[in-house]
Design a protein around this ligand. Structure first.
Ligand SMILES: [Zn+2]
Ligand SMILES: [Zn+2]
Length: 278
């Protein structure tokens, strides 16, 4: 990957006490916060067999624990049930944030992460509603909203206009809590190299975009390739709320074969286009 080398450098070996330290090759830590001596890792974008992923929710938990992650978010498409299953299975062995990757009326994705113990009416999370309605809905349910793979051309995503629409919205419940500055699926997709652009955008508009997050966006078996890094003396929740987060990328790729990738990319755009015209 060719990212901004002045921002990404090797993670200091002392920063992380878990297994991942040797494989985290590239890092973004906000320039305005001193880098903590010890960090923890969280993968905040994971799909399971509950939608279009290949790991079961339980396998995702086991792999995260084996990999030394401090927290994960299970973010299946428009369903929170796999996340609740992972949470129940993990118990207190791992922080599992209940999440959903929501799809709006233009089939664009965004992440909603809910508080601990969010189990109310899992079936009530609606999809294909207007973006502002969905963002307000997540906030009313106590959740937080993150732009996933923003600007990506590979998957319908919130682009510049949609992001400005949210941050300038007059409704006080319509705003974003964070921004996925690095997405593993985008890094793998030859049609979607937008992580660089995304990081530039984040650095420029950071005061309006909340916490920087990163996630593998795992649809296959590997997780923890892209992680949100945060100070070891904070919980992931405190770090996200205070914006004390950065992102690290292992440099590993996990590119699906072209025979999977091309139909996936074309079909997500075809459906978005069809819905848009209807
Ligand atoms: Zn997505
Ligand atoms: Zn995703």
């Amino acid at each position: 990957m060719n990212f901004h080398l002045k921002l990404y450098s090797k993670l200091p070996a002392t920063a992380i006490s878990c297994y991942n330290q040797s494989i985290m090759q590239e890092i973004y830590w906000p320039e305005y916060i001193e880098m903590p001596v010890k960090l923890k890792l969280a993968d905040l974008h994971i799909h399971t067999t509950g939608s279009d992923g290949k790991l079961t929710p339980r396998e995702a938990v086991d792999r995260a624990i084996d990999g030394g992650l401090a927290a994960i978010a299970i973010t299946d498409h428009d369903t929170i049930e796999p996340a609740l299953e992972a949470m129940a299975y993990a118990g207190n062995r791992l922080t599992v944030i209940p999440g959903v990757e929501r799809t709006d009326s233009l089939l664009r994705h965004h992440l909603a992460l809910f508080p601990d113990g969010f189990t109310d009416n899992p079936a009530s999370l609606k999809k294909w509603e207007r973006l502002a309605w969905m963002v307000q809905d997540t906030h009313e349910l106590g959740g937080k909203v993150y732009a996933s793979h923003p600007h990506s051309m590979a998957t319908p995503s919130l682009g510049r206009r949609a992001i400005f629409f949210l941050i300038k919205h007059s409704n006080p419940l319509v705003y974003i809590d964070g921004f996925e500055v690095f997405n593993g699926a985008v890094a793998d997709n030859p049609f979607g190299r937008s992580n660089e652009k995304t990081l530039d955008f984040y650095r420029r508009y950071r005061p309006y975009l909340g916490a920087a997050i990163g996630g593998t966006d795992s649809h296959r078996k590997k997780l923890g390739r892209v992680v949100t890094i945060f100070p070891a003396n904070m919980s992931i929740k405190e770090a996200l709320e205070s914006g004390t987060t950065g992102v690290a990328f292992s440099g590993e790729t996990d590119t699906p074969p072209l025979c999977e990738l091309i139909p996936q990319t074309l079909s997500s755009w075809y459906h978005a286009f069809k819905l848009h015209r209807s």
